[in-house]
Design a protein around this ligand. Structure first.
Ligand SMILES: *Cc1c(COP(=O)(O)O)cnc(C)c1O
Length: 396
């Protein structure tokens, strides 16, 4: 009998080691990793530069406390602010924790500005985490079911729908923030229209609301830019990061700028582990490697390659609704539930994921090379064709 709490429907495979975009199981089998630990392992597995930096850091200092100054934390905050255009950073240990910080900040901001019942507009199909407040903000009835009473303070609106937000704004003076993923991950790889994001920026400026962007999945180079919002050429007031930031070492953060900066003072928020020397070193080294090795450019190119490859290999196949995404955050939506494909792909030694029941999700590591990108297409496309009852594609 397993002593693990039964919270995951795990696949029957356990990995012992990895190298780049490849994982090896305890039976000696080799798998192509097109999921990267759900957008975490941007540098792939066992990246030699990261391994050396972490070994050096572990031998020197892993944890002190936020009672003291932490130089690695200051350095990572500086770099993240340079890259994002934000002013301040608070470090935690996960996406949910980063998002909790953002939500506490909205409420605190509301209190300071005469709005003690601050409401945050959140999106249908949004994913913000599993803690109570982030779950309340998450747009999944399945994830929320059975966990009432959940924290209040959220008004849900359809994604990519400015008129819906304007309607809420017209009759609720408590609104203080709009919160969205500019590219929804768990929500099925839904991309926000750039005009919509720009209009949100304008609306937030007019109303004195905070524009908050959850970049936990889309951040750190995955879409081909450091952050997804940069595609819309806007500057949010609050952003949150996690997944890819530490290349697998747990770290997350909430960043603020302008009127959202300087909101918290000593005693208003905190954490024991957050921003420790080891995790921040992982973050610093991750950012350096992405920059030095031009991994954002690579993400954009490999993403375009996979997308074009899938479009070609699945052209005319009935049941393929759309192939979409940005950089190495890609989705293939089918016209029917396709969870089974995850197991079929595993048998074909390809690691993928399915979200929203019918969207195949690909989140390969940013270090993916051209041959590996082609291999993802050549392993996945035949499975999709067979699943949908299409004949095998003619050899190219
Ligand atoms: C994964 C994810 C979260 C939650 O992060 P955890 O580290 O699992 O708590 C929040 N927001 C988005 C967009 C995510 O993809």
């Amino acid at each position: 009998m397993s002593h693990l709490m039964n919270t995951y429907a795990r696949l029957p495979v356990a990995f012992t080691h990895g190298k780049g975009a490849w994982l090896f199981d305890d039976q000696g089998q080799e798998y192509l990793d097109a999921l990267a630990g759900i957008a975490v392992n941007g540098l792939g597995h066992a990246h030699s530069r990261l391994v050396a930096a972490l070994a050096e850091q572990a031998g020197r200092l892993i944890h002190t406390s936020n009672i003291y100054q932490v130089r690695e934390q200051e350095a990572l905050a500086d770099r993240l602010c340079e890259l994002s255009g934000m002013d301040e950073v608070f470090f935690g240990n996960s996406g949910s924790e980063a998002n909790e910080g953002a939500l506490k900040l909205v409420r605190f901001y509301g209190h300071k500005h005469g709005n003690p019942q601050a409401q945050t507009l959140v999106m249908e199909r949004a994913w913000h985490g599993r803690t109570l407040a982030t779950l309340a903000a998450t747009g999944s009835d399945k994830a929320r079911k059975g966990f009432d009473p959940l924290p209040s303070g959220f008004i849900r609106v359809p994604y990519n729908d400015l008129a819906a937000i304007e309607r809420v704004a017209a009759d609720d003076k408590r609104v203080q923030a709009v919160w969205l993923e500019v590219l929804q991950g768990e929500g099925g790889i839904q991309v926000a229209d750039r005009d919509y994001v720009r209009a949100l920026r304008k609306l937030c400026d007019e109303r004195g609301w905070l524009l908050m962007v959850d970049e936990v999945q889309s951040g750190i180079g995955r879409t081909g830019k450091w952050f997804g919002y940069q595609w819309a050429d806007i500057q949010p007031d609050v952003i949150t990061l996690a997944k890819g930031l530490g290349s697998g070492v747990p770290i997350g953060c909430v960043m603020t700028r302008g009127r959202a900066a300087g909101v918290f003072g000593p005693g208003n928020h905190g954490t024991t582990f957050g921003g420790g020397p080891f995790a921040c070193r992982a973050g610093l080294e991750t950012l350096k490697i992405i920059e030095d090795d031009k991994l954002m450019e690579n993400a954009a190119e490999r993403g375009a390659q996979i997308r074009a490859g899938l479009e070609k290999a699945l052209a005319g196949v009935t049941g393929v609704r759309s192939i979409r995404g940005q950089g190495l955050m890609l989705g293939v939506e089918l016209d029917r539930p396709c969870g089974e494909l995850v197991k079929q792909a595993l048998a074909a030694k390809l690691l993928i994921n399915v979200t929203q029941d019918s969207v195949i999700r690909l989140l390969p590591p940013l270090i993916l090379n051209e041959r590996e990108a082609a291999e993802i297409v050549s392993r996945l496309a035949p499975l999709v064709r067979a699943f949908l009852g299409a004949p095998p594609a003619a050899a190219a």
